[in-house]
Design a protein around this ligand. Structure first.
Ligand code: NAG
Length: 129
């Protein structure tokens, strides 16, 4: 009886996890990173600027955002990082860089996703900042 019960609870946990990934994940519409620039080093440089600005201390619920302009294509990337924990947190450059690299490589239209205690937004849009 006990093993079946714990299997059910494992399945329930997996379903809940799948739901939160669906709610927080890749955007299905809007501009792509390819429309922002074909030069991936410019994307890396925008990400690096965002993480330099995002590294530091966050009170509970605090967030920081940064907009990177791409005048050649008339586009921008909106970035943000939010502390979703119930206590103050410190975000390191490396954690930010690792999280946004996963998101930008995995979601061509941008995404909203949690990594650790932070929720990240990366969103390519029409129009410069
Ligand atoms: C993106 O950044 C621009 C410039 O800071 C801002 O006006 C806009 O509200 C931000 N958010 C979105 C979703 O475009």
């Amino acid at each position: 009886m006990a093993p079946a019960t714990s299997l059910l609870s494992l399945i329930a946990t997996a379903l809940l996890a799948a739901q939160s990934v669906a709610a927080l994940g890749c955007f299905g519409s809007g501009e792509t990173y390819g429309q922002v620039t074909s030069d991936t080093s410019q994307l890396a440089s925008a990400r690096s600027s965002a993480c330099n600005s995002f590294a530091g201390s966050y009170p509970q619920g605090a967030s920081r955002s940064l907009c990177a302009s791409f005048p050649d294509t008339g586009t921008r990337i909106n970035f943000s990082a939010s502390n979703t924990a119930s206590t103050p947190q410190t975000l390191t450059y490396d954690d930010c860089e690792a999280a946004l690299t996963i998101e930008m490589n995995g979601c061509k239209r941008g995404s909203r996703q949690k990594h650790g205690n932070f929720e990240y937004l990366d969103d390519p849009n029409n129009g410069t900042c």
